[in-house]
Design a protein around this ligand. Sequence first.
Ligand SMILES: [Zn+2]
Length: 399
Amino acid sequence: MNFTFPRRVTFMVGGLVIALVFAMLALGSVPRTTSAQDSSRDRLPSYFPNTEQLRPDEMRITALGTGLPTPITRAQKSTAWMVELGNGDVFLFDLGTGSMENLFGLRPDFSKIDKVFLSHLHSDHFGDLDAFIVGSWLSGRYTPLHVYGGSGETPELGTKAAVESLVKALAWDIKSRTGLMPDAGGKVIAHEFDYKPENQVVYEDNDVRITSWPAIHSLDGSVSYRLEWNGLSFVFGGDTRPNQWFIDNAKDADFAIHECFPTPEGLAKFNDWDSMKDATFVSSYIHTPPEGFGKVMSAIQPRMAVAFHTVLLPDIRQGMLEGIRKTYDGPLTIANDLMVWNVTKDAITMREAVVPDRVTPPATTEGYQKAPRTGIAKMSDYIMGGVWEGFTPPPLPEK
Ligand SMILES: [Zn+2]
């Protein structure tokens, strides 16, 4: 196995860390010897967003959400992943509830993020799509958003119906911003494809190819994806019971993400469920329990196997690890929010993003500032008749 795991932190980041540590030591805010410092050797190296240029042959993957539909916590949002490529392309895979908080924390260039691939239409996989449509438009996206996803058993259960309904629900929001924001950024285009074919190309542009195949989860329509670029491959399983399509199409991936649910016992305890029948069904018949995850990864042999879709309470995590290690002994990450991996042909490195709790929105580009804006949102004479004469706003400047 050609897996290597060097510690790669760019000189710029390394320098910044050293400078920060010296500054903190000088200010006396860091005790010089603590037990926490001893354990810090085991911590992941840090990734400081927007301080590192991707190399032309490099892929960077960020976990924006690794949790479940409930509970959504400060520490763990529902499913979302970001893939950035050395050619400048950015792809989102799912946008579960709360994941926009992590994305905003990274302060990305939203003008580059206009493609979202949905694995299925559970809210823990697309519940923040509305927040993304508006938030990314306000913060730099000035071209239409493209949302890809599978058809359903009937048209109303497909991606196109879901996206169009969401845009309809946002009618007031989108209209209210007329003239202030770029026209094209308020548009959303759904690209719905048949969920059934195996290894079908659903996206191809700029040397990036994305294929899909069916997943087995709750209803017809769930899918998994494989992104190929520059000899590197990223696989995102979405939610699924172990299935033959995944085994056939995820083989030898550089980076393979597959869900790993708690064990039936862990799930029953976590949810306080009396029924082991329900817990076993959910854990192992529409999802994948740890031993199943391990078997899947042993069959496909990725350079890095990534487990997600759980709540990382210590006992649940331990149960997952023990279960996985019964059936898989290769490279493994149990993913947590804001973990970051850099993938090249030579190495896969893993870090944690350092993200402040409070940020300003990222700066917009010249393209955003110059993009056409037409019309202006207006209120009726009736409403404007209610303006209070007791306050006079400053005069409106010409520009
Ligand atoms: Zn899910």
